[in-house]
Design a protein around this ligand. Sequence first.
Ligand SMILES: Nc1ncnc2c1ncn2[C@@H]1O[C@H](COP(=O)(O)OP(=O)(O)OP(=O)(O)O)[C@@H](O)[C@H]1O
Length: 642
Amino acid sequence: MYRTKSLRLYKYKPKSVSFRGDTDSRSIGKRIFLPSSFTGGPRYMYKHYQDALAICRVHGNPQYFITFTCNVKWPEIARHLNKVNYLHAEDRPDIISCVFQMKVIEFVKFMKEDKTFGDVAAYLYTIEFQKRGLPHCHTLLWVTDPYKIQDASDIDSYVTAQFPDPCTEFSLYKTTTECMIHGPCGLLNPNSPCMHEGQCSKRFPKPFQSETRFDKAGYAHYKRLQGQHHTLRNGIQIDNSYVVPYNKRLCSRFNAHINVEYCGWNMMIKYLFKYISKGADRVRFAIYRAHQNSASTSTHEPPVVNENVTFRDNHNLQSIINNPSFGKTTLTEWLSSNNADSNGRDLTYTNYPSRYRWDVSAKCWIHRAQMRTGAIGRLVYVYPTSGELFYLRTLLSHQKGCKSFDDIRTFSNITYTTFRAACDALGLTGDDREWQTAFAEASTWATSSELRSLFCHMLLFCEVSQPLTLWESEWRKMADDMLLALNSASSNPDFHVNDDDLQQHLLLEIERLLNSATPSKSLKDFGLPLPPTTILATLRNRLLMEETSYNRAALASQHCEMHSLLNANQLQVYNVVKDSTTTESQVLIFVYGHCGTGKTFLWTTIISLFRSIGKIVLAVAASGIASLLLPSGRTAHSRLHL
Ligand SMILES: Nc1ncnc2c1ncn2[C@@H]1O[C@H](COP(=O)(O)OP(=O)(O)OP(=O)(O)O)[C@@H](O)[C@H]1O
């Protein structure tokens, strides 16, 4: 449970040292529960999530995602538990937490010194304490350029998903058999907790691979050879298909479950960060700059015009106001610092931390004694409907060396009356540019459902002049979760979500959001296309969805190529089938011929024709072997439940 003293928050206006004549702090502001300085709280997690993405903007995507889990068999833990027979790990969370914390520190130190994955450029970790189970640490690791993976086979030097040879690496073999095996599940153990609807939620057992490869989505599939070493668990023989990917040196050193995954080049990193900073009352988070020579990654959250002031329930307001540092913020002090020191006047507010550091206790910017590169500044995201605040934030990324708020609004020696007017003069607004910029920025950290809300918010409140243009340029960013859900719902290996279909699903969702707004709105109010009414029926019917989800562009080109090769007999049958759909007449056609006369070729051409135009073809055959010859073919009894 969160515990905090009673804090209150008030939006304080700089230069106005009055709280409307109030003297009792309990009468003003609103009660807040947890500031972002509260470790593990939701605001803390959110702040660090944003910091992590700021690091990512500089260092790029991390290369490895490592999960290190506590092992109760470590002697440091076992000797305490063994003192009393009936003690279990969950009875001594104090011991478990202390030992694990020490191990994590050692683990990070080891990776840096041992260069297990090469020179560490940066790292970030969270320690998760679950209600049940043992604490584990999620680590993201960035390595320096020379150690980055260039080719799938390079991964084998760092990650393996196979049992080591028990004759030569017995101790590692013991660790892998005890800690690095998933399940068993699947056919070997259908009642395993990871099984859902007959399938392992983690997709074990993994198929055997003769070599490590990347799939088209960029995910690594590690080398797993068949018939190599194995182990027995509960009398069941476990082979390489159940091995969780690991690094040999880390497992040998720590004798624990340490799952290592290569992140891939195009992984949606924001979802990974969301996962590790999902936060709750049982999570702790730490971000460290790892590389000794790399620069500070301090981030700064400059407040804006109406600064939040926090104080305790029982504080005297006069003493708060009389405090000399009252009202000083990173932004006001940036202006003061520019007045006093000309060295930083070539920097925007966002870039100021690269040369200056914020002294929290003195509340002032201090010139860095040692010039460090790579210090990262970031501005707190401001919703586009925040009015002047939004435009001030936009200006802070462009205006340099400002000495006053007036300077921020000044362009070409003209001081504009509002921040918005200054943005207009600087060409930062107009043609929906500000909305496009705001959306593009949010898409680096917000989930697709948050982006859908933002899109509706913009439509409803931001007077977007060309909603269709904004939709066309941004719709794909709002569809990640839908694409994932559609793909994972299908067991068809040829399942392909076409852009048109995905857009329709998305439009349906946005229509729902707009309908639930007050007052209720619709896509057509903004000149956006309404999804067809049939889409709901398709969404509810899995078979319909699967059978309309082939890669239409690829099928169209396949059809074009095959059609040009059809001989006269094949063409005759082809035309009869095609015409029957145009005239909507029912026909029963038998095609017969000797082996190798091109019957399958004809079916494939006809099937690709109809599927390429979004029509449904149920390709069935009498036997399993024959059904394999047809594209996405099934046996008649299976498909039609005969
Ligand atoms: N019009 C065509 N142009 C080019 N190649 C063709 C054509 N028709 C068939 N083929 C080729 O001939 C071979 C045999 O064709 P197909 O497998 O379609 O015959 P089939 O009648 O289905 O045979 P079976 O009865 O043994 O299954 C295949 O390699 C196929 O690609």
